[in-house]
Design a protein around this ligand. Structure first.
Ligand code: MG
Length: 156
């Protein structure tokens, strides 16, 4: 068995959709990035790639590649799952935390979990998604950006 850790952060700006875990969340700000900037999915991808010693999201899906401009991050997650399967790995479980001051994410977490488990082709009880604030402190507290952490366990 092998563990992996992923972390990502993106800036919040006006005029972008807020995509988290493949769910479009109503909010007056969205995350800025080359892709759809789904910070949760990016953290999960980095955890999976790290566990399998397959590098990181930037190496596998470079943001200098026009092919990935505006891409839905769940497609990158699906490709990541295929990379792990090709390397002979199976996902045991993934646990995550989104760090966000606003909006309140609790109502959307079950749909995010469903999206991620479907995309990865694993049982729903393999995926856990949590959300927390940092109580107004730092860049997440000021709504300058959002962050996400993910850990995973994989096995051959
Ligand atoms: Mg990212």
């Amino acid at each position: 068995m092998r563990i992996g850790l992923g972390y990502d952060a993106h800036r919040l700006i006006e005029g972008r959709d807020l995509m988290l875990g493949g769910v479009k969340i109503p909010f007056h700000l969205g995350l800025l990035g080359h892709s759809d900037a789904d910070v949760l999915i990016h953290a999960i991808i980095d955890a999976l790639l790290g566990a399998a010693k397959l590098g990181d999201i930037g190496r596998n899906f470079p943001d200098t590649d026009e092919k990935y401009r505006g891409i839905v991050s769940t497609l990158l997650l699906r490709e990541t799952a295929q990379l792990l399967a090709s390397a002979g790995y199976r996902i045991v479980n993934i646990d995550t935390t989104i760090v966000s001051q606003n909006p309140k994410l609790a109502p959307y977490l079950p749909e995010m979990e469903k999206n991620v488990s479907h995309t990865l082709g694993v049982d729903a009880d393999c995926i856990n998604i949590k959300a927390t604030t940092e109580e107004g402190m730092g860049f997440t507290g000021s709504e300058e950006g959002m962050a996400a952490y993910a850990v995973c366990l994989i096995t051959r």
